[in-house]
Ligand binder design. Structure first.
Ligand SMILES: O=C(O)CCC(=O)C(=O)O
Ligand SMILES: [Fe+2]
Length: 364
């Protein structure tokens, strides 16, 4: 009980921050901004999260009841779902709109998210920030920064930017956590609209955990991120994908399976959401077979457009038709602060969000 009480304050702070409360303002000023209705609503929501709500146990997770020869999870605990993952999500969205906790635009985006597992923010990132980030990227290659990179050709292992041949820049690659060294990349990573949407979904603060920068398509097979970056509690993960240029159809665009976030999770056993190499072939087969239930599309983004996807959303990189074509983009992943309890060790604050600090060695 005491531990639960201990959890209340950080949750309460995060909830009222969503309504516009700020640490630098007085209690009276914050009350004026939030209103008494907002405060009561927040208190109720936090109490429900902390002490449990009998009504929550009656809600049904919105997972497809499918028959499949593959091992899948059934009867997951309610705590493994976010409020938007239940069948009554649309009614919950309407309630939040009614309470003034979200705008009409946010409500429409949430309904799209519930039905499809993703949402698009057109022209979300200013082009000047993107141009600044691409200049930083040129400099990182030129100065041979000691950043972690995966060169996406068969047999290549994770290495460092200063250790690869410059010609690797013309092959598909994944540069890890560029946000650590580029202020422009970090501002895109923690874009206000992305973070706000994450805060609404998580009902908690958002922690940026990694960013992947690409100059070519990845050709990654269809997958869901939750099996590789597995949060505890489950489903407290979202991803964003930012177009750093207009995306060409022959450059291996991001491929999407709308509605696929409702597939039951593959069971890596015993009741584990997390990937094991032994089960990789069966898991890949499960996704390939079951994703046929959903329409496949490609994200033909313009520079500055952003797509956010659900932790269990099936996506991948389409085959590259033109090896010379670039597909400059950045994919980012975020956890809910719920995964970290009250601890913010190893993190840096950025506006209302946080990002993980990781060590990058100085160049020689
Ligand atoms: O950009 C792509 O082709 C896929 C990226 C991706 O799946 C990810 O970063 O989670
Ligand atoms: Fe992914």
């Amino acid at each position: 009980m005491l531990r639960r009480l201990h959890d209340v304050m950080p949750r309460m702070k995060a909830t009222v921050a969503l309504l516009g409360a700020r640490r630098d303002l007085s209690v009276a000023e914050n009350l004026r901004r939030i209103g008494i209705r907002g405060l009561i609503g927040s208190g109720w929501s936090v109490a429900r999260q902390t002490f449990g709500d009998r009504r929550q146990d009656n809600r049904h997770p919105d997972v497809l009841p499918i028959e499949t020869p593959h091992p899948i999870m059934r009867n997951e605990p309610a705590a493994s779902f976010l409020w938007m993952d239940f069948e009554d999500a649309d009614a919950q969205v309407a309630q939040r709109r009614h309470d003034g906790r979200i705008t009409d635009e946010e409500a429409a985006r949430l309904l799209h998210w519930h039905a499809n597992g993703f949402v698009v923010f057109k022209q979300c990132v200013p082009h000047a920030l993107i141009d600044g980030m691409l200049d930083d990227l040129d400099r990182a290659w030129h100065d041979r920064l000691k950043l972690s990179i995966d060169v996406l050709v068969a047999g290549a292992e994770r290495t460092r930017l200063d250790l690869v041949d410059e010609s690797a820049r013309n092959t598909p690659y994944k540069l890890n956590d560029f946000y650590l060294v580029s202020d422009n990349a970090r501002k895109i990573f923690l874009n206000e609209q992305i973070i706000r949407f994450g805060e609404i979904l998580f009902e908690s603060e958002v922690i940026g955990i990694n960013s992947l920068t690409f100059e070519k398509g990845t050709q990654q097979p269809a997958h869901i991120d939750h099996v590789y970056m597995t949060p505890t509690p489950a489903r407290r993960l979202i991803a964003s994908w930012v177009a750093l240029e207009d995306i060409r159809a022959d450059a291996g665009p991001l491929a999407l399976w709308a509605g696929s976030h409702r597939l039951p999770p593959f069971d890596f056993g015993p009741a584990s959401y997390h990937y094991t190499p032994e089960l990789q072939p069966e898991y890949t087969q499960y996704l390939a077979e079951e994703s046929r239930r959903f329409p496949r599309s490609e994200f033909m983004a313009r520079k500055g457009d952003v797509l956010l996807w659900h932790s269990m959303f099936v996506h991948g990189g389409s085959p590259i038709q033109n090896p010379l074509a670039t597909r400059k983009s950045m994919a980012c992943h975020y956890f809910s602060a719920e995964c970290y309890g009250a601890s913010r060790i190893g993190m840096q604050a950025h506006d209302s969000s946080f990002y993980l600090l990781k060590h990058v060695e100085d160049p020689d």
